[in-house]
Design a protein around this ligand. Sequence first.
Ligand code: F0G
Length: 351
Amino acid sequence: THQWRGIIEEYRDRLPVSDTTPVVTLREGGTPLVPAQVLSERTGCEVHLKVEGANPTGSFKDRGMTMAISKAKEEGAKAVICASTGNTSASAAAYAVRAGMVSAVLVPQGKIALGKMGQALVHGAKILQVDGNFDDCLTLARALSENYPVALVNSVNPVRIEGQKTAAFEIVDMLGDAPDIHVLPVGNAGNITAYWKGYKEYAGDGVSAKTPRMWGFQASGSAPIVRGEVVKDPSTIATAIRIGNPASWEYALAARDESGGAIDEVTDREILRAYRLLAAQEGVFVEPASAASVAGLLKAAEQGKVDPGQRIVCTVTGNGLKDPDWAVAGAPQPVTVPVDAATAAERLGLA
Ligand code: F0G
């Protein structure tokens, strides 16, 4: 009975649910806040990682999805639909199973990681690969939800944001106050919107003394907010954030400006360097998009934009197992040995 109950039960008084809302949960949230020793040394700050890959389907999307699916069920929906770069669809598919609903997902053809596709398939989602990018998928999903009996569970659905804001609550509950800076990857810009809402709520009610500066990072090939214009053909190896026209663009700008923060870009090379550092030096395996937050922090530190002594939280949004191609690519091939201790010891450099 000491198990974490999921974000709706843990934060019920701060979420738009009632006693009659059916709670559809996989006990999401309650994720680890892990001190990052190497990043702390590099920046002269106290850096923590909010490890969202520890959620039931392996990404932060579960926080929003427990809300979206619970509310959809409350409203009598029989089917849900989303556009996705992979994680939202994996989450929607799993929560729809819990709710006894049908899920339909629209993904950009050839541009989602295999693990995420496997999740949608194994949970029995109806999958359409769209001959277009995420932005096209979202346009299509919106049109379908407006004209057919199917509920849209993308982050344009405001209850998704409500669920996702609980990550900020957990951080304040754990640290005793908000951090000085909160860093996260930005794709469709729902999550930066959600965290900022959560931090503002807690500060407004006096639970925390302050709010953090919000730092968001887009991938250079998919950085519409940084450029100030829609990117028609977004590109990046971080497929989760390969988005050229974020739905929550205006809210992301508000989070940046109200918090005294920044939205900048990181190259794929910087993302992969942070991805490897996290795995090899912090012991935390994330997917490439998640490493954009850490890449951004390191870039800012190298530019002298990080004053030492601050408390910083980086959200790492998704589990590395979703997209292991990048872990294997470029790594040395394991050697094969016979069942012989002497040979094995020699190959391991022990002898
Ligand atoms: N990191 C990961 C692992 C993601 O899957 C996403 C978004 C983001 C970061 C960016 O978050 O969109 O709120 O700014 N994935 C969505 C999806 C688009 O379909 O799974 P955001």
